[in-house]
Design a protein around this ligand. Sequence first.
Ligand SMILES: NC(=O)c1ccc[n+]([C@@H]2O[C@H](COP(=O)([O-])OP(=O)(O)OC[C@H]3O[C@@H](n4cnc5c(N)ncnc54)[C@H](OP(=O)(O)O)[C@@H]3O)[C@@H](O)[C@H]2O)c1
Length: 288
Amino acid sequence: MQNKKIAVFGATGKIGLELIRLLSLAKIDTVAVTRNLRRAVPHPYIEWIEADIAHKNSLHAAMKNCSAVFLLSGNSPDFIKEQKNVISTAKELNIQYIVKLSSGAADKNAHFFIPKTHGIVEDFLIRSGIHYTMLRPNGIMQNWLGDIANSVRKERRFHESTGDGKRAHVDARDVSAVAFACLTNPAKHYDKIYLLTSDRALNYYDVAEAISKAIDEEVRYIPISLQQAREEMERQGMPAALVDTFISYDAAQRNGETQIVTDCVRMILEKPALTVEQFAKDYATHFQ
Ligand SMILES: NC(=O)c1ccc[n+]([C@@H]2O[C@H](COP(=O)([O-])OP(=O)(O)OC[C@H]3O[C@@H](n4cnc5c(N)ncnc54)[C@H](OP(=O)(O)O)[C@@H]3O)[C@@H](O)[C@H]2O)c1
């Protein structure tokens, strides 16, 4: 069918992979974009295309005959230019709708890299005249499958610098389901901004308890200072702009500024948000 396909950028990532699975189940013709076809995961109705948003001339082929776009990419130094390339190409191709995966703290005037760059791209998208939905997850549970899971597997404890501050991390599977709901019923979600959280703000003592129950062994959360967290990120070679961003997130949580809970997931999916207990159960093997 002409002009009815959906283009998904970030189709190999935490959110995009689940999104293309949902689109495939719904038999919706979709173009899934990756920079390397070796990462493609085959599904019916999903056509994989190799393209790089850093190179605008590679995007026309990926986005032609599409009516909507899901825009997600990693936090690269050229993030603004790269995401603007997708939006400009959509404009040239008269694509009507973009669902942008943004940041919970997106703000073009923010001081730190991730919220600032997302805020600038959001602003560009709004000004483009293309209908949009901004999905702003306020932290994703699947982040815990990295350093936290590694540490739990090795020594049944993990470190964070958020003290007993709380945040209502959202399960990436709910974010994918919200993106699917938007892309398949666009007019309902035109020009909306959704801050996505789970239904309950938790601290890392709560997360440790949920993981303990899921693997049936005691897991301990060990609070560390912001300075210790900074040194660990630097030791891992993380770029300074990202270290500063993540420390600012941890500081905000530590200071009790991130406890917000929204009903966006519940309202859009017409079900409660996935809980940390469900997350820990479903991903238990990552922590064992
Ligand atoms: N983690 C959180 O808690 C959280 C919260 C709010 C917002 N976010 C935002 O979520 C976004 C994704 O985060 P992530 O890094 O964790 O994602 P991820 O799951 O690692 O996925 C990144 C995806 O972007 C694609 N990609 C990256 N650069 C690309 C390029 N130049 N051209 C085409 N595709 C490209 C990758 O595809 P290939 O590698 O296959 O090409 C991959 O599918 C970021 O913008 C982040 O700010 C994250």
